[in-house]
Design a binder for this molecule. Structure first.
Ligand code: AMP
Ligand code: FE
Ligand code: FE
Ligand code: ZN
Length: 281
């Protein structure tokens, strides 16, 4: 169906990971699953990677699912991990690709460091297995958690985080440190629209106002970790401050126990607003 004919109430999911970062589904599988679930558009928002977008667009084109190119950048603010989504950024721009490659390299170094810290504690996982699990994608702690689970050091994925690799845990290693301001400016430099991912994770409205000052253009109002009261609260902040509104399932393809895709259904109307911003209408 041509985009212009979309009903404002049709459902979209603007935050999905593929196996190009720490999701389990390939980009084409994400798109086909979205179609099966009745979603008319999906945002492919891998951590620090845009490499799944092209395949998703191809599959989407053949199956009538609109694909919104995006990225989810990690940044550090006052020692907290803040995620910023960049929608419609120019994912083919060479300078952006070079920047993301440098992030991948840092992630690789970090994976080695985490495995080293684990081995100091008598936990011996094979870094080669971690890299095999990440299969050339943006390597992250979920791949390490999977290796720990496989080798019986933990009984669940989340145990790996609270025992070993989560924030403040013995084998925690931070990622490359860019500030939210740098992430926002980077996204804008490549014509993207910066949106604060899952604001509920940071437990601070002050942070939202700091990021508005820094140039954030919207909030991810709907997310599986937001209660309906929290979503109402963020929606109100958006309305009062003229911010864009997005939402998504943060699907990792079942890595977090269930798929999540389809559980957050955002009316197409909000995507239409995002697109207007992109086209400067
Ligand atoms: P990284 O980007 O390598 O720091 O890994 C962060 C990713 O790990 C997040 O995007 C989640 O997918 C996952 N993650 C972080 N904390 C947890 C947790 N406590 N339980 C399960 N998954 C988590
Ligand atoms: Fe993730
Ligand atoms: Fe996130
Ligand atoms: Zn995410």
């Amino acid at each position: 169906m041509p985009e212009a004919n979309r009903s404002p109430l049709e459902a979209v999911d603007l935050h999905i990971h593929t196996n190009c970062s720490d999701g389990l589904l390939r980009p084409e599988e994400v798109v086909l699953k979205a179609k099966e679930l009745g979603l008319v558009a999906v945002g492919i928002a891998d951590h620090d990677s845009v490499s799944g977008i092209e395949q998703a667009i191809l599959t989407g084109g053949a199956n009538g699912v609109e694909v919104v190119p995006a990225v989810e950048l990690s940044c550090i603010h006052n020692n907290n991990d803040i995620h910023i989504l960049g929608y419609y950024l120019d994912y083919q721009n060479q300078e952006l690709l070079d920047f993301l490659s440098s992030v991948q390299e840092k992630r690789l170094e970090r994976a080695h460091k985490i495995v080293g810290k684990l081995s100091e504690q008598g936990i011996n996982i094979d870094v080669e297995r971690v890299l095999e699990l990440s299969a050339g994608a943006s390597v992250g702690r979920p791949h390490i958690a999977q290796a720990l689970l496989e080798q019986g050091y933990v009984n669940s994925f989340s145990e790996a985080f609270w025992k070993f690799i989560g924030y403040h845990c013995p084998a925690y290693v931070p990622k490359m440190e860019i500030s939210p301001l740098e992430a926002i400016n980077l996204i804008k430099k490549f014509s993207g629209i910066p949106i604060l991912a899952h604001p509920g994770s940071y437990h601070s409205d002050d942070l939202i106002y700091i990021l508005i000052e820094a140039g954030i253009l919207g909030l991810e109002v709907w997310h599986p970790e937001h209660s309906s009261n929290a979503s109402d609260h963020y929606l109100e902040i958006c309305q009062k401050n003229g911010l864009l509104v997005t939402g998504g399932s943060d699907c990792h393809g079942g890595r977090k126990g269930k798929i999540f895709m389809g559980e957050v259904r955002v009316p197409y109307h909000y995507l239409a607003e995002l697109k207007k911003k992109r086209f400067g209408a």
